[in-house]
Design a protein around this ligand. Sequence first.
Ligand code: ADP
Length: 480
Amino acid sequence: MNILSVASEVYPLVKTGGLADVVGALPAALVPHGIRTRTLVPGYPAVLHKLKKKKKVGGFGNLFGHPATVLSAELDGLDLLVLDQPALYARDGGPYLDPTGRDYPDNFRRFAALSLAAAEIAGDNIVPDWKPDLVHVHDWQTALTPVYMHFGSASNMPTVLTIHNIAFQGQFGASVFPELALPPEAFSMQFIEYYGDVGFLKGGLQTATAITTVSPSYAQEILTPEFGMGLEGLLASRVTRLTGIVNGIDADGWDPETDPHIVEHYGPATTKRRAANRKALEERFGLTSTAGPIFCVISRLTWQKGMDLLAEVTDDIVALGGKLVVLGSGDAALEGALLAAASRHRGHIGMVTGYDEPLSHLMQAGADAIIIPSRFEPCGLTQLYGLRYGCVPIVARTGGLTDTIIDANEAALSAKVATGFQFRPVTADGLRLAIRRAFRAYSEPKVWARMQNQGMKSDVSWAKSAERYASLYSGLLAKG
Ligand code: ADP
């Protein structure tokens, strides 16, 4: 089976969040199922620069006003197709934002072009000698692909649209419609018209053969007004097409027994060796060395991630005898609040702003617990890394956090299956209570060690989830 996967980011070439991790890791996990994936991504400068050996395999005479080339390249086992169209993608800045942090004004065109290119690769002879059996697209940036396919020559090919975060919908004014090269009937309820605007994700959700999201709980939640962000009605009408499949992690890149970013390697039987990583963490964040637990946070600093709630409990963590280390960047007010806490509690709270992949590994290896107070969380990856590294997750009970962490309630503790702490409601008081529970468990070394061990033994690899994607794909192809 051949799959064309289409995405606006892919690890390790370009990443702003979990989407890139999924798109980068799933292809390898599908290989044992006889599934070969080619991944189409835009030719951002970072992508073109990092791919040394590229070969031209096709092109478009005119894609949104300019010629475009399709390049093929391999990287770490990924079979990539790169849409090279400098007018759209050769920019200073990130994949979506200019260097001042603003959306590029032509994002609708940049990602419509990616979607149209994908549809034509699927249906026309753009890449000679290669055709997918199915097209799998991710988030709003590629959600027009099934719409273009519907009106193009691949209208019978099955499509899967995965929602990584329904908060990002790709909604643009109706004035962009004439530029999208779609027939007039596409600007309707059945396709991309969305409250008088153009909705990329909305159009994809209407048109894709199957819809997935990244955890079973989030699949349920997005059917409700609280989490559906306006799309709950549409999703309810397509609920038989909707499933939730939890993400796995890159188990080679995130392995405490071999991780090059940590000071001392360890495994489930040797968690005592985490002490050296803890020491390194204390030094890195300027913490005074004491016996209490070290909590860590690795996150975008946003309201979604509940970082305002974290800011409200910093004093409590210190008062209870704990430490906190934070790595993140984002909202300036939240960053300010956390930096203020760090300067109020020098030696007890440390903060590094920015994005630092190696440090994020050391934090999972050296801290005792990771706090994830998200208001909504489609899947979440940091709790999965936490499980694998014996960094016990304290999580809001929402979305993928619900599905991947077993709360340390009485029953789970006595059955010895607990792997973390869940809390609801997602408020500062809710979080405070969970942190108190963690302190209590931490004060009983046996209980804590068992939880760590249980987490480290959990299967957070892609194996099970890849099996689910494989059976979804086969089911769609069998229906023909
Ligand atoms: P989201 O995609 O919503 O940001 P996820 O938990 O699914 O949240 O994925 C976040 C990914 O980004 C994880 O791999 C996490 O380790 C990483 N990450 C987030 N912030 C930082 C940071 N400041 N430095 C390094 N890695 C980070």
